[in-house]
Design a protein around this ligand. Structure first.
Ligand SMILES: Nc1nc2c(ncn2[C@@H]2O[C@H](COP(=O)(O)OP(=O)(O)O)[C@@H](O)[C@H]2O)c(=O)[nH]1
Ligand SMILES: [Mg+2]
Length: 457
């Protein structure tokens, strides 16, 4: 009987629609046979060499009718993405052409791949671990330099190595605890304090990784920057200037913006979610009241507040009231409308040690300074390159479990309760770490991870 791993799979690996080229990929033991059957190289060729491109035509072997002129490459197992024989057919990138090629391959006995099945095979065949498989998805979904950096560190196995080190340390501690169980009365030279400090050290490393999750999430979802200020100072105009599109409605009427309006921009490689808000004032109706409430609820969550004031009007009592609400947070002041008169008293900012940038959302003056200032402010908080960052909720959940097992091991050990129980907790911690790298896995976990991939990856 054929097992799932034995059959040959195929899929269109490039996005649907018209494109310069499109790639159909085949993986499995029949890949080579199928290539021979459906591909007619232009130059006389005996057997196909591995990793060499051949120009030729794909034909329907039942009629010998050509479907497209393509480049075909055969990659011999095991040095391939899936560790199986892989064939790639680079055809013209039209949906119909690619569908035709795919159906010819299916006729030859291959089966349509499931989402992520190529990468799943790479995992099941031991080429990469689960962390690395997940990093492939993270790379595909990356939208900024920082995000890509993290994903690449995961792909090249740095995070896996770190997990391996943590595992080794738990194993050593476990061996010492077991030695105490096995030779209780023998006064073997096992120092109680040493065992404890070993377990504590591992636990600290696990907590450190857990702490990195908050920065990891920022890298993935972006820093939250909230534009606040009274009505009509130019908040919506500034949003539009920063994101370079007409995102928010701008009118000369105060109270135009009533809901939260957000967009994501990449500023020098960091992802920023920027949110325009309703101007803060005494609300005129229910909608505005709710809008202003939403701003207030969001203020404590923001990584940075851009407090916008109208430079041509100077600081009004309303501005100062808003400042009183936000002064404990990370604030950058934007003095807008500098194309008009300048009435703002800079001393106010000097006294408070507040940074400010002068802009005109009308002429675009100062907008690049504003972007720079946003970057500088947020970059201080960014994780240093090369540090370990957890970005995946699955990893976080497992590390939380590991942390609990280690915590229980320490307290049991401290109270000198049966060492068997300490050993049990350490074993649980070990198997939890194994779930991250995929030494321990279930079909459900694989299904959950790989179903998020696209077909053809
Ligand atoms: N002269 C000048 N007018 C601006 C500037 N920024 C915004 N405005 C105008 O001010 C009014 C209110 O702008 P808007 O962005 O809706 O302010 P918001 O209520 O704070 O969102 C509109 O008429 C804008 O065209 C600026 O830098 N200079
Ligand atoms: Mg507005």
């Amino acid at each position: 009987m054929k097992t799932e791993k034995d059959d040959t799979i195929c899929a269109i690996s490039t996005p649907p629609g018209e494109a310069g080229i499109g790639i159909v990929r085949i993986s499995g033991h029949s890949a080579y046979k199928i290539l021979k059957k459906i591909f007619r190289p232009k130059a006389k060729t005996g057997e196909f060499l591995s990793r060499k491109f051949y120009l030729g035509r794909i034909v329907d072997p039942r009629t010998e009718r050509a479907v497209d002129e393509v480049l075909a490459v055969y990659m011999k197992a095991p040095k391939t993405y899936t560790r199986e024989d892989v064939v790639e057919i680079h055809s013209h990138g039209g949906s119909y052409v690619q569908q035709r090629i795919l159906s010819i391959i299916l006729n030859e006995g291959a089966r349509l791949a499931e989402p992520g099945e190529f990468t799943k095979r790479a995992f099941l065949n031991g080429r990469i671990d689960l962390l690395q498989a997940e990093s492939v998805l993270a790379i595909i979904q990356s939208e900024s330099e920082r995000e890509l950096d993290c994903a690449l560190a995961q792909l090249d196995g740095r995070l896996s190595k770190k997990m391996g080190m943590i595992k080794e340390e738990i194993k050593t501690a476990l061996a010492l605890v077991e030695a105490q169980i096995d030779f209780p009365e023998e006064d073997v030279d096992i120092d109680h304090a040493e065992i404890k400090s070993r377990i504590e050290r591992v636990r600290k490393e696990v907590s450190y990784l857990l702490d990195s999750y908050s920065t990891g999430r920022i890298i993935k979802e972006g820093y939250l920057v909230l534009i606040v200020g009274r009505t009509n100072v130019g908040k919506s105009s500034l949003l539009n200037e920063i994101v370079l599109k007409e995102k928010a409605i701008v009118t000369p009427l105060p109270g135009t913006t009533r809901d939260l309006i957000e967009d994501v921009v990449i500023i020098k490689g960091i992802k920023v979610k920027i949110v325009d808000t309703a101007g803060i004032r005494d609300p005129r109706d229910m909608v505005e009241r709710e809008g202003i409430e939403r701003v207030r609820r969001m203020i404590p969550e923001a990584d940075l507040l851009l407090w916008v004031v109208d430079g041509s009007e100077g600081l009004l009592i309303e501005d100062i009231k808003i400042y009183e609400e936000i002064k404990g947070f990370n604030v950058l002041c934007v003095i807008n409308k500098i194309d008009l008169n300048e009435r703002v008293d800079i001393d106010f900012f000097m006294d408070k040690g507040l940074s400010y940038v002068k802009t005109s959302a009308l002429t675009g003056e100062g907008i690049s300074d504003l972007r720079d200032a946003i970057f500088k402010n947020l970059d201080r908080k960014s994780p240093k390159k090369g540090g370990f960052v957890i970005t995946n909720a699955r990893h976080r959940d497992i590390l939380l479990k590991t942390n609990e097992f280690l915590g229980r091991a320490i307290s049991l050990f401290d109270r000198n309760i049966h060492n068997e129980l300490v050993a049990f907790e350490l074993k649980e911690a070990l198997s939890a770490i194994g779930e991250i790298t995929g030494e321990v896995y279930s079909d459900e976990i694989l299904e959950e991870i790989f179903s998020r991939f696209c077909i053809g990856k």
